[in-house]
Design a protein around this ligand. Sequence first.
Ligand SMILES: Cc1cc2nc3c(=O)[nH]c(=O)nc-3n(C[C@H](O)[C@H](O)[C@H](O)COP(=O)(O)O)c2cc1C
Length: 384
Amino acid sequence: MVTRRAFIGILGTSAVVVAAGGVALSQVDQMPPQAVEAWNGPAPNLRDPRVRALSYALLAPNPHNRQPWIADLREANAITFFCDRTRLLPETDPYSRQITIGCGAFLELLRMAAAEQGYRAEIVAFPSGDWPAGAVGDQPICRVVFVADPSVVRDPLFAQVLKRRTNRATYDDLPVTAADADGLHGAVADLPVTFGWTNAPSRMQQLRAIAKKAWDIEMGKDATYFESVRVYRITADEILRHRDGLSFHGPFFWAMNRLGLFTREKALAGDQLARRQAFDFINPELAHTPAFAWLSTAGNDRRAQLAAGAAYVRTNLKATALGLAIQPLSQALQEFPEMLPVLAEHKRAVGVAESATVQMFFRAGHASPAEPSPRRALDDIIRA
Ligand SMILES: Cc1cc2nc3c(=O)[nH]c(=O)nc-3n(C[C@H](O)[C@H](O)[C@H](O)COP(=O)(O)O)c2cc1C
């Protein structure tokens, strides 16, 4: 959920109370339980191990929570996994690199959930050939065969799957230590990715400035800004209707919405209040970030991006186990033309070779737990 702090000062609490019409404020516009029911794990009556594994996989972190996933179950004991081309982000993610990372995270959770049930997930990437260069094709990302194997190794990180969150809060002043970073690094040691991090004040300052510059470029360009606005889900009603995208709910946003001050239609029409607030969202986050970390790969083909997704979700799960909060800040990594100079500057600042690719860049710290984000119904991603 996007927090309300960026809007504070625009509208006093009294207006919220008036709009709420006397209903207990804390009860107004809560996250609809049905939108987050996936975080309770699969229903006990689900018997098919593939479907049970998919119930966990769809909890993967993914850009703008678009959930671009299709799982075809028509072949016995196998899942053919496609990327849903109606759920891409062509402006902020022109080559669908980030979308592919989300698919890699999905596959890693699928693999872990299969193992948990005593199945080895045999994953063959792009069994019908690669996608066209730089695009998402009709070809499946992979075919996953579930092979019963009592010796399959369970992953200790699986215990964190239902607890994992993206946490956009302001983080406490508690430091992220070298031991924390070692823990995160250890979670990706078997994958073809390189882990980096810093908590050094001068470097933090430099990276904060780059992240802010990148944010302003994304918010300042109409095409990229409106791409996000189109997936704003404002109030519990909209969240429940879509169960994806960027959630805004609670008494404050509800009142802003009911008073007509913050609606998707208005934001899409170019409302300056919404735009100014979007520019400011990142400021409190950056001001309260004790550490940054990143994952890079030597190449940047689809397999590298899938590996980066596996690595990122493992990092997020390990962070959960360590009591750390993390949040990606992807703007500086985006490949649309206006961002390219900042992308190069960011790569130099994190010390990654020009020929390599920074796949994920994220803040890390300690914070109160974040609420779960919505997920579409399992049936919506299954083709049976
Ligand atoms: C490739 C990728 C890029 C992301 N970039 C951002 C980002 O720039 N800012 C942010 O707040 N979250 C970012 N996220 C996190 C997603 O928004 C988040 O995973 C999604 O909303 C679902 O929420 P959850 O992780 O709490 O389940 C990114 C996630 C992925 C996989």
